[in-house]
Design a protein around this ligand. Structure first.
Ligand SMILES: Cc1cc2nc3c(=O)[nH]c(=O)nc-3n(C[C@H](O)[C@H](O)[C@H](O)COP(=O)(O)O)c2cc1C
Length: 343
């Protein structure tokens, strides 16, 4: 309701200013408890009990400023980040574009973030509060040893995160996606798993949608080999489906509605390659309970959303939760967990 009133004003601003003001407003909101576990929707993966299946995708709250405000909107988990060891300003502005006619976003933020130290302080301050906060980790752009950056981030964040996401799929740090190549990926994951040490914090791997069949097979094999806890499919795409907005030609990663079918297909591909042997988290263009349900039936145990919030407002997570239950009832399925991978 409030969002509907404010939307015209928000859309007068450029995307990044709108985002900055949204975060400022959310910082004023009281900390909320996470939603209570829903007996129909609750999901357990990687030893974590997720009360509801819709999470906030990383990029919205990169610096852990407002996770508890977001729990108040019905998110079952919040993934903060991407966080890098050192603070980083990211790419020059403008670097965030709303493609209104296409219900999409293009960004080339470039891992702008406050750095590990500042984020650790915020996570520590919030440690006594309930709610699943995952930490998405990355490497600094100018780092001489990117794998060492991921190891540093793992050591720093494993004691504070409910799970870690190794992000090797941002298109906005040159060369980062090469860490998805088999040799580099195996070395990276070895370093991360060793750095995790005694903290058995679950490790998820976030992938690009722009992968070939051979990459998908190789990545799945390595993920199973190393005993990763989940794959997150997917990040933004550098491909450009036909779109109408004047910003369609901007450089960066595309998210929102035009990414939906590609991300859905990649999830299917990873499900086929893994045969259900590793948990999958579906993200990319999910804007409704129908989208979320389709992703879950294709093999996702959980979903995440970001771009649709820009267009639908923060009430979307609670709405998806409500409508997912109606879809299960329609299909005579008792719990969402039973729907995972059923078609
Ligand atoms: C402005 C913006 C910033 C993002 N930053 C990150 C990031 O720092 N790390 C990351 O793993 N994904 C990042 N993402 C990708 C999202 O987490 C998500 O994978 C992608 O947007 C697809 O989901 P969506 O279509 O629901 O937005 C970002 C997306 C947007 C739009």
């Amino acid at each position: 309701m409030l969002f509907a009133l404010a939307k015209p004003a928000i859309f007068m601003l450029d995307g990044e200013t709108a985002h900055r003001l949204t975060l400022a407003a959310l910082r004023l909101a009281p900390a909320s408890a996470p939603p209570r576990a829903d007996p129909v929707l609750a999901m357990r993966i990687a030893g974590i009990d997720f009360p509801t299946p819709v999470g906030l995708a990383p990029g919205f709250d990169k610096n852990a400023e407002v996770p508890h405000a977001m729990f108040g909107f019905g998110f079952g988990f919040v993934e903060i980040g991407t966080v890098t060891p050192l603070p980083q300003v990211g790419n020059p502005r403008p670097r965030l574009f709303r493609l209104v006619e296409d219900r999409a976003v293009i960004n080339r933020m470039g891992f702008n973030n406050d750095g590990a130290e500042a984020v650790v302080a915020r996570l520590k301050a919030a440690e006594h509060r309930a709610g699943i906060i995952g930490v998405n980790i990355g490497a600094n752009k100018d780092s001489a040893d990117r794998i060492a950056d991921y190891a540093t981030m793992t050591r720093t964040m494993a004691p504070l995160a409910r799970y870690l996401t190794v992000n090797v799929s941002s298109p906005n740090t040159p060369g980062l996606r090469a860490l998805q190549d088999a040799g580099a990926l195996a070395a990276l994951l070895d370093a991360v798993l060793e750095a995790r040490g005694a903290h058995r914090c679950p490790v998820f791997l976030k992938l690009a949608p722009d992968l070939e069949a051979a990459d998908i097979d190789a990545i799945t094999r390595i993920a199973l080999d190393k005993g990763l806890d989940a794959l997150i499919v997917s990040n933004t795409t550098i491909t450009r489906p036909a779109m109408r907005s004047r910003h369609a030609g901007q450089t960066g990663g595309l998210s929102g509605a035009p990414l939906r079918d590609l991300a859905h297909q990649r999830l299917r591909d990873f499900r086929a390659a893994s045969g259900g042997a590793i948990a999958l988290i579906g993200v990319g263009g999910i804007a409704s309970a129908q989208d979320a349900y389709a992703r879950i039936r294709a093999g996702a145990a959980l979903v995440q959303i970001y771009s649709a919030l820009v267009y639908e407002g923060p009430g979307l997570a609670a709405k998806i939760n409500r409508e997912l239950k109606a879809l299960l009832e329609r299909d005579g399925i008792a719990t969402l967990a039973e729907a995972v991978g059923t078609g």
